[in-house]
Design a protein around this ligand. Structure first.
Ligand SMILES: Nc1ncnc2c1ncn2[C@@H]1O[C@H](COP(=O)(O)OP(=O)(O)OP(=O)(O)O)[C@@H](O)[C@H]1O
Ligand SMILES: O=P(O)(O)O[C@H]1[C@H](O)[C@@H](O)[C@H](OP(=O)(O)O)[C@@H](OP(=O)(O)O)[C@H]1O
Ligand SMILES: [Mg+2]
Ligand SMILES: [Mg+2]
Length: 340
């Protein structure tokens, strides 16, 4: 079904003249139940998203966690980002009782991303290489106990300094994003396991965030940590704790950067990588942090994967996300028609 219209928003954005209108199980509207933290509601459910969604026949409804899910809705789609075993069980039970509802995404698949080791394992297993480039993960080591054993473990694993120390578990807390850079082996004993130690890869201070929403991808540049050279390594000791550099709202899109550093990774390579990761992770909503090894044109590393990231910072996310939601029910209708 098509709806005419031509709205120009205050930010100067002009919507397409014709927008598709969604149809959910409840009739005309496509009902999306959401279970998100208040921080996520604020960053994701921005007025521009709700306005466009309404226009396309999509209704976002907050899930009341104090009431059984089956008594709410009916929903066509459940969108969620909450952690905890209890919530995971609620969703799994609900999915069993209501297989007709699309749960974005399956909780067991999301679990893989809440551990920085299993998060990158799938990327490593891909052994990704195509004519446009190679994508790997930095060498890393998991430490679960005794900080005093770290220097020896690092030497035995053959990891080179400097190392980025990251909390092993990512649970949405600020603490799970408290990272540090270790310049010398003695400082490694001051770290607090459980953690992942990852070789620092020089990449010219620019990182590429690749947002994935179903089959759509969008890449943005962000500032990152600067290169560490031999001189820095000789003259710095200790741990350098650093804030969430790549998450800062200031992006690197308009900065005057060295083109060999700022050049986006080749689009066909990212599309193929996203497709393969979507398949092996079993997820549709995530982003990957990609860096290009300094001094190379086509050697890339994935250093982080985030489930349901800050889409509010992705340009045009309201269009991409609403199109994605509509595509899910269209697929559902197609399936029903072909099996009836
Ligand atoms: N192996 C690495 N080599 C070089 N820089 C790195 C490496 N790992 C992390 N960094 C830098 O540290 C930043 C934070 O690391 P990472 O993305 O793993 O943490 P995070 O807390 O999960 O971030 P996000 O906010 O994206 O979830 C990166 O954006 C990048 O600037
Ligand atoms: O979009 P990028 O720059 O990757 O950063 C996101 C993080 O990766 C996410 O982990 C944050 O979400 P949570 O705070 O819900 O984990 C997410 O929080 P947000 O939705 O409040 O922006 C972002 O900080
Ligand atoms: Mg990151
Ligand atoms: Mg992360």
């Amino acid at each position: 079904m098509k709806l005419g219209g031509d709205i120009v928003y205050s930010n100067g954005e002009k919507e397409e003249e014709e927008e598709e209108v969604g149809e959910g199980r409840s009739g005309r509207k496509l009902v999306v139940g959401y279970a998100l933290t208040s921080k996520k509601v604020k960053s994701f459910l921005q007025p521009k998203l709700e306005r466009l969604a309404r226009k396309k026949g999509i209704l976002f409804v907050a899930i009341d966690q104090s009431r059984p899910l089956s008594e709410q809705g009916p929903f066509d789609i459940v969108l969620h980002k909450l952690t905890g075993r209890e919530w995971q069980q609620i969703l799994e039970d609900y999915h069993e009782q209501h297989p007709e509802v699309t749960v974005l995404d399956p909780p067991d698949a999301i679990q893989h991303l809440y551990n920085r080791q299993s998060m990158l394992q799938q990327v490593s297993d891909l052994n990704f290489s195509d004519p446009h480039g190679e994508v790997g993960v930095p060498k890393q080591l998991v430490i679960t106990d005794d900080p005093l054993s770290i220097p020896l473990a690092v030497a035995q694993a053959g990891l080179s300094l400097p190392l980025v120390a990251k909390p092993l578990v990512v649970d949405g807390s600020a603490k799970s994003h408290e990272l540090s850079l270790a310049y010398d082996q003695f400082s490694l004993s001051m770290l607090e396991p459980p953690l992942v130690l990852q070789e620092f890869v020089n990449h010219g201070g620019v990182l590429f965030k690749v947002y994935i929403v179903g089959e759509a991808i969008k890449v943005v540049r962000r500032f990152s940590l600067p290169n560490v050279n031999k001189h820095d390594l000789l003259h710095h000791t200790g741990l350098f704790r650093f804030p969430r550099v790549s998450c800062a709202s200031a992006n690197a899109e308009d900065a005057d950067l060295d083109p060999s550093i700022a050049e986006l990774p080749p689009r066909p390579m990212l599309e193929r990588l996203a497709r393969e990761l979507r398949r092996c992770l079993g997820l549709r909503l995530f982003n990957i942090d990609v860096i290009r090894e300094h001094g190379t044109r086509d050697r890339f590393y994935v250093i982080d994967i985030n489930y349901f990231p800050g889409y509010g910072k992705m340009p045009g996310y309201e269009h991409i996300f609403t199109d994605f939601l509509l595509s899910l029910v269209k697929g559902e209708y197609r399936r029903r028609i072909s099996t009836s």
